[in-house]
Design a protein around this ligand. Structure first.
Ligand SMILES: [Zn+2]
Length: 185
């Protein structure tokens, strides 16, 4: 069985045995984040099923944006766009940037990525094209705590994020779920 087949098999089980009657309450709940929060965090697999309960968040409570290393790449990057929709269309009033200890991005470098890309057959000119951006992004990320503080600062100064939005910077421990506040705007 390949991975897709396994997913579809699990899905059959899930749909057959879960209680998923789509009530009116569910429909209302599906769109607006009830706690008016957006969370910007890492794609690390260990955060799945620990981040939300560790923050007291359930289904329908918050918008969650996950990228590698919860790193902002620009003033109007895809994270900012997601936050804009969350704020302007879905009523989000507070942003929580949640980094985590032991983040793998701290070990990733432009060189390690370029080498792996070459090994996977990515053309040299394509690597060359993003080399500078790779360097500023992958090499800049050394300390996940500093990265959260930096993201909070950037969000607070971002012209597309209104000044009324509260922005918090937190670190989560991927094993215990313990949260530490490292920045508050
Ligand atoms: Zn991470």
């Amino acid at each position: 069985m390949n991975r897709l087949q396994k997913v579809l098999e699990a899905n059959k089980e899930f749909v057959a045995h879960g209680k998923h009657d789509y009530s009116d309450e569910d429909i209302a709940r599906s769109k607006l984040p009830q706690k008016k929060m957006a969370i910007f965090t890492c794609m690390d697999t260990r955060l799945t099923e620990i981040l939300e309960p560790a923050m007291g968040i359930g289904r329908g409570d918050a918008k969650i944006i996950r990228t590698v290393g919860n790193y902002l790449t620009g003033e109007f990057d895809t994270v900012i766009r997601s936050l804009m929709v969350a704020i302007y269309e879905l009523g989000v009033e507070e942003i929580f940037v949640v980094g985590h200890y032991e983040c793998g991005m701290a070990k990733t470098t432009a060189k390690s990525l370029a080498t792996a890309m070459r090994e996977h057959g990515v053309p040299e000119e394509a690597i060359e094209k993003v080399h500078e951006e790779l360097a500023t992004w992958a090499n800049a990320f050394r300390d996940p705590v500093e990265n959260v503080r930096d993201a909070v600062k950037k969000l607070a100064a971002n012209p597309y994020i209104p000044k009324t939005i509260k922005i918090h910077g937190l670190m989560i421990h991927p094993r215990t779920g313990k949260l530490d506040v490292v920045a508050d705007e």
